[in-house]
Design a protein around this ligand. Structure first.
Ligand SMILES: Nc1ncnc2c1ncn2[C@@H]1O[C@H](COP(=O)(O)OP(=O)(O)OP(=O)(O)O)[C@@H](O)[C@H]1O
Ligand SMILES: Nc1nc2c(c(=O)[nH]1)N[C@H]1C(S)=C(S)[C@@H](COP(=O)(O)O)O[C@H]1N2
Length: 177
């Protein structure tokens, strides 16, 4: 695990980044389906951070935006990963809720996810996922299915620690971290 060196002998290492997971799912929020996608996220981020907040919310734009603000401003997450609600269904509003709260868009992350995913499935072009920055928090939309989560997150994971470190003011220029 990537950890911060506290510099104090015998002190337990602290995980590098605080990560929040927000699952957008009508079925999940009603308890009609187990949220397997959050479990995939937990497994994949275990190497560079700890999950400090997790919630399953119905596909409602205002609820999702409110929860994203809470995870950024109150919880103080370094990274918020959403899953679900990025497709064409009338109830899919996760990108819109994300756009409601971000201050800067980060197009390279969804570009990388769709580029990598298109090599696996042509349906990748149906994802409307976006990513952006609110304060010191990076928000990234992932698809809903566990398979989609795994494939998309794998595409951006190598770049995340450096990006998050810059956001936290803990990294030098690109190439130096
Ligand atoms: N959080 C999740 N956990 C497990 N499987 C999921 C999850 N989200 C989506 N899936 C799987 O991916 C398929 C397509 O996802 P989609 O977002 O269209 O789900 P949905 O069931 O139509 O909607 P909702 O999750 O909002 O109720 C689902 O039918 C399900 O098999
Ligand atoms: N890598 C990858 N990307 C993927 C998928 C997938 O299985 N693998 N599913 C696609 C599908 S079928 C849809 S509809 C969109 C949006 O998914 P969502 O509505 O569950 O968020 O993500 C797409 N991106």
């Amino acid at each position: 695990m990537l950890v911060k060196d506290t510099g104090i002998a015998n002190e337990a290492p602290v995980p590098a980044f605080r990560i929040a997971i927000l699952t957008a799912s009508d079925k999940g929020s009603r308890g009609e389906r187990e949220d397997k996608s959050a479990a995939v996220i937990r497994e994949m981020v275990a190497g560079f951070g700890e999950v400090v907040a997790y919630e399953v919310v119905p596909d409602e734009r205002r609820l999702l935006a409110a929860k994203l603000r809470e995870f950024c401003d109150v919880v103080g997450a370094d990274l918020v990963l959403t899953t679900g609600g990025t497709g064409f269904s009338p109830r899919d509003v996760t990108p819109e809720a994300t756009r409601d709260v971000i201050e800067k868009e980060v197009p390279g992350l969804p570009e990388a996810m769709r580029s990598a995913s298109l090599k696996l499935t042509s349906q990748a072009m149906l994802s409307r996922a976006i990513a952006g920055i609110r304060g010191k928090t990076l928000i990234v939309n992932l698809p809903g299915s566990p398979k989609g989560v795994r494939e998309n997150l794998a595409a951006i994971l190598p770049a995340l620690p450096h990006g998050l470190a810059i956001l936290k003011g803990e990294a030098g220029e690109c190439g130096q971290a």
